[in-house]
Design a protein around this ligand. Structure first.
Ligand SMILES: Nc1ncnc2c1ncn2[C@@H]1O[C@H](COP(=O)(O)OP(=O)(O)O)[C@@H](O)[C@H]1O
Ligand SMILES: [Mg+2]
Ligand SMILES: [Zn+2]
Length: 269
């Protein structure tokens, strides 16, 4: 043990004699216990104290395992997001490039920004946001802006077009892994489902669609959701079914975008 000092400090070879070295125990810098091996000796007339480590094995292992745990948690979050966040990094739709071209759109933008503000401060009185309106009025743009802003602030945000969500669910039919999918869905701080109702044009089995929407809405009950749709109340109710529909209207803020297509407004000007 004594001669291990020369492994750590080869420069001491020939300068210090083994018999002049004392073995000592030092305090771990983390737990404070006398658990660290060290050496004490004179060198050129001054007392030298050298320790083999700054933290003991127990504290070192603990630190390492917490690093590993953090990394595992981060990996799980990353894989969760990669499954649910259907927005590329190069996506540019944001609040800054959303023009308030008329009063209704200006109000919509303000409401979307208020939602983000309340969400960030954990001060959401109504957790859900339902954005309804004509095609081309900026529903997707606004929901992307919300998604990008909150994701950048560190929230676990899912953004998924309804069609993709239904593909995902259909993809679990063979493996029977839909339970896992619903479990993952519950782990998101916010789930944005874009363009509800479009999925039904591809499916004829209305009872399956209604049952699936009921499961999706139920899975996210009490959590924050944003839904966008081109449908009006009546048609949305038919697509998702009465139970999901009434849940979607509880605990919800509304944005009305029944106005002109943004691109048409631009060409008129
Ligand atoms: N107020 C706006 N300011 C800037 N761009 C807009 C605005 N509204 C819509 N757009 C753009 O017009 C296109 C259609 O908008 P989108 O959000 O897809 O409409 P919706 O989802 O309501 O059908 C997108 O490229 C979007 O970025
Ligand atoms: Mg859209
Ligand atoms: Zn220790």
């Amino acid at each position: 043990m004594k001669r291990m000092i020369f492994n750590i400090r080869p420069d001491l070879k020939g300068k210090v004699e083994l018999r002049d070295i004392l073995l000592k125990k030092f305090n771990c810098s983390q737990c404070g216990e006398e658990t660290i091996d060290g050496w004490e000796f004179d060198l050129d007339g001054t007392r030298q104290l050298i320790t083999a480590a700054t933290v003991c094995n127990r504290c070192g292992t603990k630190e390492l395992s917490s690093l590993v745990t953090d990394e595992l948690i981060q990996k799980r979050v990353d894989s969760l997001l990669s499954n649910w966040y259907f927005l590329p990094d190069k996506e540019t739709a944001g609040f800054r490039n959303f023009q308030p071209v008329n009063e209704l759109i200006k109000e919509a933008k303000q409401k979307a920004m208020n939602y983000v503000g309340a969400f960030s401060q954990d001060d959401l009185k109504e957790k859900n946001l339902l954005i309804m309106g004509n095609p081309g009025t900026g529903k997707t743009h606004l929901s992307k802006a919300i998604a990008r802003t909150l994701k950048a602030r560190g929230f676990k945000v899912g953004f998924i077009p309804a069609v993709e969500l239904f593909n995902k669910i259909k993809g679990t039919f063979d493996s029977g892994s839909s339970e896992r999918l619903y479990e993952d869905m519950k782990k998101l701080d916010l789930l944005i489902i874009d363009d509800m109702g479009v999925e039904t044009t591809k499916l004829n089995d209305v009872s399956w669609t209604v049952r699936t929407w009921t499961e999706i809405i139920d899975a996210r009950l009490g959590l924050a959701n944003i839904w966008t749709t081109n449908l009006d109340d009546t048609h949305l109710g038919e697509v998702v079914g009465q139970r999901a529909f009434s849940r979607m209207y509880e605990d919800t803020r509304f944005i009305d975008l029944f106005t002109d297509d943004y691109r048409k407004t631009k060409t008129i000007k």
